[in-house]
Design a protein around this ligand. Structure first.
Ligand code: ZN
Length: 269
């Protein structure tokens, strides 16, 4: 008998089926459109938990709500998982070396990806791109490297739009990807229905657990030194001052800062 699987989730709101526009994802107070998107995501998160429990009924699942203004409807959350809210849960978001894998639910692609719905890198209003050691990198990449580099934990599953799935599969071979929609523009997509998305996520999560258990997925890691390049959008030049306050920061031009460090926790978040 092997010990129960322990799985960490990083969720986001933009990658859920039927979420097409920024009006569905913004606002802490919650418009009806935002609440609806949160219900859609929570259903997908619960389906992913069910898929894990199909594989291992004793699995321990810890979910971090990764959406800035909140993406989980608390009263609908799965009874056999536990939740860390977005607020006051800094990186590494409850993850540590005791977990067997990280699963991403509701993920979007990095800023600048063509035809990727709601694509952004941390802030859709301020960031043009991040590069890490000369490679363009988004939220998925930084957090996959965080899990691998800091804790030796592999990422085995991602659901989200098809561009987010492709971005993840370039970095992690053997990752199980479930596309909830085909992106056709920044705020347009051809989406599955919520029920179909949940069914595929449940099946995919079960398969991802089998791959984790079989040791088929390798953690992705980066060795120091790190070179993290941040370029802000036009009109956001004043934001570079915040990045310049970090140790090892140097200005490249009015919109671009590079931060050189050997500390992975200064970069991977
Ligand atoms: Zn995001």
């Amino acid at each position: 008998m092997s010990k129960p699987l322990k799985i960490h989730f990083i969720t986001d709101l933009e990658g859920a089926a039927m979420v097409f526009g920024f009006h569905q994802t913004r606002g802490v107070d919650g418009t009806e459109e935002k609440r609806q998107a949160m219900r859609l995501l929570t259903g997908e998160v619960n389906a992913c938990v069910d898929g894990i429990l199909d594989f291992d009924p004793n699995a321990d699942v810890v979910v971090w709500d990764g959406h800035g203004s909140g993406g989980i409807v608390y009263e609908l959350f799965h009874d056999q998982a536990r939740l860390l809210p977005h607020r006051n849960t800094p990186a590494p978001y409850g993850l540590d070396e005791t977990f067997d894998s990280v699963f991403f639910v509701g993920q979007h692609a990095m800023a600048g990806t063509p035809n990727a719905p709601l694509a952004h890198t941390y802030s859709s209003k301020t960031i043009e791109y991040y590069k890490l050691n000369e490679q363009f990198v988004g939220e998925f990449g930084l957090r996959a490297y965080m899990a691998g580099t800091l804790f030796d934990v592999p990422v085995a599953f991602l659901s989200g739009d098809d561009k987010a799935v492709a971005e993840a599969q370039v970095l992690v071979s053997n990752l199980v990807g479930v596309a909830t929609k085909i992106g056709t523009g920044l705020e347009s997509a051809l989406s599955l229905g919520p029920g179909k998305a949940r069914q595929l996520i449940r099946e995919g999560a079960r398969e991802a657990c089998a791959r984790v258990r079989a040791g088929k997925i390798t953690p992705v890691k980066l060795d120091p030194p790190f070179e993290w390049e941040v370029r802000v959008l036009e009109g956001q030049e004043q934001l570079t001052e915040n990045y310049l306050r970090r140790p090892g920061a140097e200005r490249l031009d009015d919109r671009t800062v590079v931060i050189r460090t050997t500390d992975p926790r200064a970069v991977l978040r």
